[in-house]
Design a protein around this ligand. Sequence first.
Ligand SMILES: [Zn+2]
Length: 272
Amino acid sequence: MVDRINASVGRRRADRVAFAFERHKPFESILAGRQVVSVDARGKAVLVFFDAAEDDAGWCVYSHNQLYGQWRTGQAHTEPKTNRQLRFAIYAGAKAARLYSASDIRVLPTDSLGEVDYLARLGPDPLNRPSDRKRLAPQLDDPRFAGRNLGGLLLDQGFIAGIGNYLRSEILHAARLHPTRKPRALAISERSVFIDVVLRLLDRAYKYRGMTNDPLRAERLKQDGVRFGARRYAVFARAGLPCYACHTPVVKTTVASRRLYYCPTCQPVPTR
Ligand SMILES: [Zn+2]
C-alpha cells in the first residue's frame, strides 16, 4: 500500500492537500506546494513526510487505518466512486493519493513524531526498518514479554510491529510452536527458528501481497484451479482441513479475542 502511495505522490510537489477535519484545515495552505519527501509505514501507521519550507521545518501527516481506513491512488482529476468519507488527499500533478474513512489522522512537526503514543510503543519493525531485524532476539528475553504466551504476544505491536492476525497463525504453525508457548521456555533451536520464520513470513507476505503459504505449494494449487483465498494460507482460515505437513485437521480457537488456527500435531501442547 505504501509502495503504491510512494509511486503516486512520493518525491513529487503536492499542488494541493485536502483534509476533512476542521482542526486540520489550516494545514492545507501550509502543506500545499511542498514536496512529499517520502511515505513510510511504521507498524500499521502511514507517515507522509512533507519537506521544510523557507521559514518552517518539515511536517508529517500521521494516519492509522484501524480496521476501516483505506488508501486509494489514482488520477487527480477523477474522484473515485465510493460511499466512503474522504479524510485526507494529496494531489501532485496528474496523480492523487486519497485516504478514506480513517479517523486517526494527525499533522505534526516531523521532529515531534516521538510524541505519538502508538509510534513510541511500537516494537521492532523488521519489514519497514531492516536495521530492526537484529532487535528481535532481545525481545524474547525482555521481561515484559518473556513470560507471556506467543499467541497473545504476536498481536502486541510492542513485541514485534506489523504482524496482523493471519500472520500470527501462520508464524506459529511454520515455527511448529503451540500458541501457549512462552519465549522464556523456548529451546535455543526453537528461538532461532522462530526468529527466522517471523522474518521469512513477513517478507513473503509483502512479496506475495498477503500470501503466506509456501510459494511452490501455492503455485501447484493455482494450477489445480484453487482460488487465491483458498491457497493463500498454510493454516489460517483452514479449520477442519488437513494440515499440509501432517494431514491432521486444523483447529480453530480464540486467543486474545481473535481467531487463531493451528495444527495439534505439528504444534503440540507444551509439557512444561
Ligand atoms: Zn500438522
